[in-house]
Structure formats: C-alpha cells, structure tokens
Design a protein around this ligand. Structure first.
Ligand code: UDP
Length: 192
C-alpha cells in the first residue's frame, strides 16, 4: 500500500478489502501488528503532542477513520481510496476469526458493556475463541498485561478511546504476537 501524509500523519492508502487481506495474512503468520485508526481529532492531537506523534509513527498501519480525513486528502490533491473505519475492520476481523478458528482478547468499555460483548461475540461469532475480557476502568494495568501475555491471543482489541488505547497498545505490544488495534467506541456500538 502507498502512503499519503495528512498534516504529518502517514495514512495507508488502501481499501477495506485490501487492508483485511494484508492484516489477516499477518495474523496467520503471527506477525505482531499495531493498527491505528485515525480521525481528524487524532491528527490534531498528534500535531500538538509530540510523544503521541512518535507513538503512532511506530504503528504498522494508520487507516483513515472518518470522512474528514478523506476530504482532507482531496484538498491536498492526493485522494485516499476510501474511508476504512475501525468498526468495519473490527467486525470483519471477528467474522474472519470465527471462520478461521482464531482467538481474541477484548479490553475496554464499561463493565456491563464488556459483559454484553462477551455474550454477543460468542453468539454471533461462535468459531472465535474469547481469550479474555477486561473492562476499560481497571486500576492495575500490569494484571491486564499479564492476562494478555498468558492468553497469547491472535488479536487484541482495545476500546478505551484515544489516546489511552494507543498508549496501552504501545506499552503492551510485546505481550503477544498478535494484531493490536484501538477501536474506540466499537464495543458500545456492537452491543448497542
Ligand atoms: N473508556 C474506557 N476507559 C476509559 C475511558 C473510556 O474503557 O478510561 C471507553 C468508553 O466506555 C467507551 C470507549 O472508551 O466505550 C470510547 O470512548 P469515547 O467515545 O470517549 O472514545 P472515542 O471513540 O471518541 O475515541
């Protein structure tokens, strides 16, 4: 995939289908993968917080979540192919994981939401192994890190909002040879 820089952030110019081909192959090969889904708020935040900017530069992929990024790419006459939302990638990966017998760990959202998510995922994606769940209001991160390390899942979805979720992923990427992705409010949406 080629890269389009928007206000200092390097976006992957891809499509949902193409992106899924790339990341599912990486998951199968147990290649650690950090995916950031960035909207205009995240681009602006990265511009004013250099440590966050450095952190997302370490991501393997930054995908354009939000029509504002697509419009921005047209303004600079370097149009991105399409919007690739975190939610769409999340749902497609659950489906792929279910079909292919993969496992996932879920971190984030309120305790009742993560409880509902467990029910919804096991019902709608029965072939996916839920390696663990943790609500997003934990006090001791080290116990969450250790749970991920022990479970060694194929995918880790973190839904605690930006920049918290990306900072968590940055600190915990070495815990599993997995795909790590911040998915914002996706647990709330799926359990809606
Ligand atoms: N959240 C969390 N822990 C926190 C703060 C937020 O788990 O300390 C969760 C919140 O419950 C919601 C999700 O993060 O499920 C997304 O929050 P928000 O909509 O603020 O983030 P955005 O999607 O705008 O990045």
């Amino acid at each position: 995939t080629n890269i389009i820089n928007i206000l200092g952030v390097d976006f992957d110019n891809t499509t949902l289908d193409n992106f899924l081909d790339i990341v599912t192959k990486r998951i199968t090969e147990h290649r650690r993968t950090f995916v950031v889904t960035a909207n205009p708020e995240i681009v602006m935040y990265a511009n004013s917080h250099s440590s966050f900017n450095t952190l997302i530069k370490a991501a393997d992929f930054i995908i354009p979540d939000g029509i504002g990024i697509i419009i921005g790419s047209r303004i600079i006459a370097n149009p991105l192919k399409e919007r690739v939302t975190g939610y769409d990638v999340f749902i497609r990966l659950l489906k792929w994981g279910s079909t292919n017998g993969k496992s996932a760990f879920f971190v984030g959202a309120k305790p009742n939401v993560i409880k509902d998510l467990q029910k919804v995922v096991s019902k709608q994606y029965p072939g996916l192994t839920i390696s663990g769940t943790q609500d997003g209001y934990y006090k001791d991160e080290s116990s969450v890190s250790e749970a991920i390390r022990v479970a060694s899942p194929d995918m880790v979805f973190v839904a605690t909002g930006s920049p918290k979720q990306e900072e968590f992923i940055n600190r915990n990427l070495n815990k599993s040879e997995a795909l790590f992705m911040g998915v914002g409010g996706s647990f709330d949406v799926l359990t809606g």
